[in-house]
Design a protein. Structure first.
Length: 167
């Protein structure tokens, strides 16, 4: 019986790279493991940005187990470069960096608030601090005159926070 499909098994379907470069895909094709035929855009973008021969050279220089990470990185960079021809993935990195900065500020504010809440919840005995001293604090705010706060509260409030949190 003849098997369906018509073509003989030795005619291997070319990988996405060989298909785009219109060359024969050999059994040991360096692109084949990373650029499957069903994802042609992956190689197209890398080829457009880096050039097939550079990708080839780079993969040759790497150990086999490093190649798929390198391909992921190149595909990411190539796509970023096509989206943003000026900054490429640096644009994405700096935008993420800004998000990190914003979130770190939010975290610092939240942590300061936690400290503030704890001190309000468990006020320690205050000695040597009266309401007049508190009122003369450089950043006296709405809760600063309350003499039940611990000395740490005033330190935290006037030195660490510089009054900006509650303004
Ligand atoms: Zn190939």
């Amino acid at each position: 019986m003849k098997e369906g499909g018509g073509k003989k098994q030795e005619a291997v379907a070319p990988c996405a790279a060989c298909k785009l470069l219109r060359r024969r895909c050999s059994r040991d094709c360096i692109f084949a493991p990373h650029f499957p035929a069903d994802d042609p855009h992956k190689f197209a973008s890398v080829h457009r940005v880096f050039g097939a021969s550079n990708v080839n050279k780079l993969l040759q220089e790497l150990l086999e187990h490093q190649r798929s990470d390198a391909v992921s990185s190149m595909v990411y960079e190539a796509n970023a470069r096509m989206r943003d021809p000026v900054y490429g993935c640096v644009g994405a990195i700096s935008s993420l960096q800004q998000q990190v900065d914003v979130l770190q500020n939010q975290l610092a504010l939240a942590q300061a608030e936690v400290v503030h809440m704890r001190l309000r919840q468990f006020p320690t005995a205050v000695s040597g601090l009266n309401s007049r001293q508190a009122a003369s604090s450089p950043s006296s705010g709405r809760a600063i005159n309350n003499s039940q706060h611990s000395p740490y509260y005033y330190y935290y409030y006037s030195v660490d926070m510089d009054g900006s949190l509650w303004d």
